[in-house]
Ligand binder design. Structure first.
Ligand code: PBG
Ligand code: ZN
Length: 339
């Protein structure tokens, strides 16, 4: 019967019932695979909804205990913490203030729920008046370098304040320091600072392959971290470059990172899959604010089923190689998954 397909092979046989499909699932997704991002502000009894992140809010420190208990009851093992400071200055000094928003929030969470993992985001863009991820080059600054352009993010000077803030976050009780600024040498600088201060038990989850992405839009409002001028393209990765992302992955592993992250997630699944082949370290993926906002916007128009597309996206991120996913959907997904 030339020209006929070979119907001895019928892959559909294995898809014929829910029990078979469940038995043969190659990838799974549960509440234990998720980490929930939280934006924390000073004050009391405050919950400020974020319009571009439907269902998400900035919450004051005193509400963290309830939040932590809710996450634990849902089976979510950790949070990624973003402090939104009361004051901003050129060096983002609140980030390394032991009474600053990050340190206070970490202490509050660890007091309320010692077993909930705290990944503390470590960047300066929420803390600096100019909204950049560290110290920038400007005339009059003690760090001024005339050979570099005005407004350039100074790498090595920024490493010093990163290391300083890492120690403050770690002393407050953070389980993992999560540097997100894509500065050269940031992991090594943080590792050395932690080790020299007796904090060898504190881990580093590095934003190793973080791309200069338009999908961070809603976040920059939530964390009040949009740059006042310029952009982040001199430190974040060019979206065209997977090979360069592998270099970043390998450098952060060599510098002593414990866990590596790829970010954003859905538009960079090839990068995640490639990273999975390069390293034996655990991999995290960040389903970022724009990914969340897109699905919500389409669902609000009746164009997509939110639950179905959110769970499908999270599963796809796991399939591509993420051991866990940082997601604004974490709580909803845990409920949908019956956690
Ligand atoms: C700060 C930071 C950003 C995100 C996490 N940490 C934004 C940026 O680099 O501009 C994005 C997270 C999200 O969009 O959900 N360095
Ligand atoms: Zn930053």
């Amino acid at each position: 019967m030339s020209g006929n397909p070979d119907l001895r092979r019928r892959p559909r046989r294995l898809r014929s019932s829910p029990a078979l499909r469940q038995l043969l699932a190659e990838t799974d997704l549960g509440p234990a695979d998720l980490v929930y991002p939280i934006f924390v502000i000073h004050g009391a009894g405050q919950r400020r909804p974020l319009p571009s992140l439907p269902g998400q809010a900035q919450i004051s420190v005193d509400l963290l205990a309830d939040e932590a208990r809710e996450l634990q009851s849902l089976g979510i093992p950790g949070v990624l913490l973003f402090g939104v400071p009361a004051r901003k200055d050129d060096e983002g000094s609140e980030n390394y203030d032991p009474d600053g928003i990050a340190a206070r929030a970490i202490r509050e969470l660890k007091d309320a729920a010692p077993d909930l993992l705290v990944f503390s985001d470590l960047c300066f863009c929420s803390y600096t008046g100019h909204g950049h991820c560290g110290i920038i080059n400007q005339t009059g600054s003690p760090h001024y370098q005339p050979e570099l352009p005005q407004g350039h993010l100074l790498n090595d000077a920024s490493l010093d304040i990163l290391a300083r803030a890492a120690v403050v976050h770690a002393r407050a009780g953070a389980d993992f320091i999560s540097p997100s600024g894509m500065l050269d040498g940031m992991v090594a600088a943080i590792r050395d600072a932690l080790d020299s201060q007796g904090l060898a038990g504190t881990g580093i989850l590095s934003y190793a392959a973080k791309f200069a992405s338009g999908f961070y839009g809603p976040f920059q409002h939530a964390a009040d971290s949009a740059p006042a001028f310029g952009d982040r393209r001199t430190h974040q990765l060019p979206p065209a470059n997977r090979r360069e992302a592998m270099l970043e992955i390998e450098l952060d592993e060599a510098e002593g990172a414990d866990i590596l992250m790829v970010k954003p997630a859905l538009a960079y699944l090839d990068v995640l899959a490639a990273a999975r082949l390069r390293t034996r370290l655990p991999l995290a993926a960040y389903q970022v604010s724009g990914e969340y906002a897109m699905l919500h916007a389409a669902a609000a128009n009746g164009w997509l089923d939110l639950r179905r597309t959110a769970l499908e996206s999270l599963l796809a991120i796991r399939r591509a190689g993420a051991d866990f996913v940082i997601s604004y959907f974490a709580k909803d997904a845990a409920r949908w998954l019956g956690g």
